[in-house]
Ligand binder design. Structure first.
Ligand code: ADP
Length: 474
């Protein structure tokens, strides 16, 4: 029997381009699906900023033209076989050779990507059984299949799966602008001035998944539904929550080439100490004075979703304790300024590194003691699973995927892999940090939590099997 063919389409794919969890997910799931005997291929933009070590190995397959309304646009097609997965890259420098992945041309360039997904599939003769689309950027693909491509023999049996990674980013645009680019059925939009591209994905895909079981329930409520709870409830029979996994080779204390010192999980005490010394030194802290103090880390987009306002509210209280805190993040300018100021005034204990730096992120994961994620909402969250691979304990607000993956330490049963609090308020957050620090003082208990964390299985296999079963049911 021939293998089931799945075409994933995404704006971000690690290791080629990533700004957050989307890149991690689409960068790691296809390989595991292929191990499960599927033929999963990935299509993404050929961004100018993709490293030349990848570009140099790509094969040029030819070019086609994509018609975006009245625009007739060149689309180069490249491919690369990397780590057991075939990638297709769509090239148009006007759209994708720009400074940032995201900017004010998003609607047009992702409309181009969405149409290219169909045209390139035909061009390379990869007839997908399933097109699996991600984020708002590719939501329109489900509607395009329904309104336009379904009539073509090539796509007559194709099904679509839409994955919601974060309901906060929906891709809402003026109707006229969307219809100026995409061949959608205009009649359907007579009563609206806007088109919500995520909503198109939810409405027209055959199956809708989101990145954790708990978030799949939360988004049916007005607290977390971001005004799409009505539609989501209507479509709830096709909604499924599947917890993201992480690539355990990329995030591995033993094999990670980006950290200072590799160590085996059995030898984590020494291994972590070596890494901690190196990071404290790189950050310019006095290592001798700082080594005993717990090193608390935050690696995050600086956005209100991530609970950074809670952190700002408690940071001075926290820095009055014997702690060192490092924050790696970028985003919201107000938050960047506030953390920069705190770095300036409280340089004895606090460092803010305000940029996106993958290598430094790995070093921080490996070197820290406690990792903070006080999110207001968190569809899945990867950082809490990543830090556990290095014996760094997560402290999270119990919501979304954080609730599915982190279980508060119970001193009596000696169970749990981190710390958590329920209510989104600064005092609960602060008190939970204080509790975690009290456990840090009792080293056998702290080490117990680290060891519990090492035993957790966050690999993709379980979740990939669930995706495979779902594709087959379609
Ligand atoms: P989200 O996708 O909402 O940003 P996730 O926890 O799912 O959150 O994924 C975030 C990913 O991005 C993790 O791999 C994390 O390490 C990485 N990351 C976030 N901010 C930075 C940064 N400033 N520098 C490097 N990596 C970062």
């Amino acid at each position: 029997m021939s293998k089931m063919k799945v075409l994933m389409v995404s704006a971000e794919v690690e290791p080629f381009a990533k700004t957050g969890g989307l890149g991690d997910v689409v960068g790691s799931l296809p390989k595991v699906l292929n191990d499960l005997n599927l033929d999963c291929r990935v299509l993404m933009p050929l961004y100018g900023k993709i490293a030349s070590k990848f570009k140099d190995k790509m094969k040029y397959l030819g070019f086609i033209y994509i018609d975006l309304g009245w625009r007739h646009q060149y689309c180069g097609v490249f491919s690369l076989r990397y780590d057991q997965v075939t990638y297709y890259f769509v090239d148009n420098e006007f759209y994708f050779n720009r400074g940032n992945l995201y900017d004010d041309l998003d609607l047009e360039k992702f409309s181009f990507l969405d149409l290219a997904a169909f045209e390139v599939a035909k061009f390379v003769k990869f007839k997908p059984d399933v097109i699996h689309i991600h984020y708002w950027h590719t939501g329109a693909i489900a509607a395009l299949l329904n309104d336009h491509y379904r009539h073509q023999d090539f796509f007559k049996d194709t099904k679509t799966v839409y994955t919601i990674h974060n309901l906060a980013y929906q891709g809402v645009f003026a109707k006229d602008h969307v219809l100026d680019m995409l061949p959608l059925d205009k009649e359907k939009y007579n009563n609206t001035h806007i088109i919500n591209l995520m909503a198109l994905g939810i409405q027209y895909a055959d199956k809708v998944t989101t990145v954790s079981p708990n978030y799949a329930n939360e988004i049916l409520t007005s607290q977390y539904g971001e005004r799409l709870e009505g539609l989501l409830n209507h479509e709830s029979n096709k909604l499924l929550g599947i917890l993201n996994g992480i690539d355990e080779n990329t995030y591995s204390c033993e094999n990670d080439k980006l950290i200072y010192h590799n160590f085996k999980k059995q030898d984590y005490k020494e291994g972590k100490l070596e890494n901690k010394k190196a990071l404290l030194s790189e950050l310019g802290f006095d290592v001798n004075n700082s080594i005993e103090a717990p090193l608390i880390a935050v690696i995050s987009r600086l956005a209100s979703q991530k609970g950074m306002d809670l952190l700002l509210t408690i940071i001075h209280r926290l820095l009055d304790q014997d702690v060192r805190v490092v924050l790696l993040g970028s985003g919201d300018k107000f938050l960047e300024n506030e953390f920069a100021k705190i770095s300036y005034y409280r340089g004895d204990k606090f460092r803010a590194v305000l940029k996106f730096d993958n290598a430094l992120a790995h070093k921080i994961y490996a070197s820290s003691d406690l990792f903070l994620m006080p999110s207001a909402f968190e569809p899945c969250g990867l950082a809490q699973m990543i830090c556990l691979q290095y014996g760094t304990l997560p402290l999270v607000r119990a919501c979304g995927g954080l609730k599915d993956s982190i279980f508060a330490f119970d001193e009596n049963k000696l169970e749990g892999n981190g710390f958590s609090f329920d209510n989104y308020n600064p005092d609960d957050f602060y008190n939970t940090i204080m509790y975690a620090l009290s456990v840090y003082e009792r080293k056998e208990l702290w080490n117990q939590v680290i060891e519990n964390g090492f035993k957790c299985d966050f690999s993709w296999l379980k979740s990939a099997i669930r995706y495979k079963v779902m594709y087959e049911q379609l």
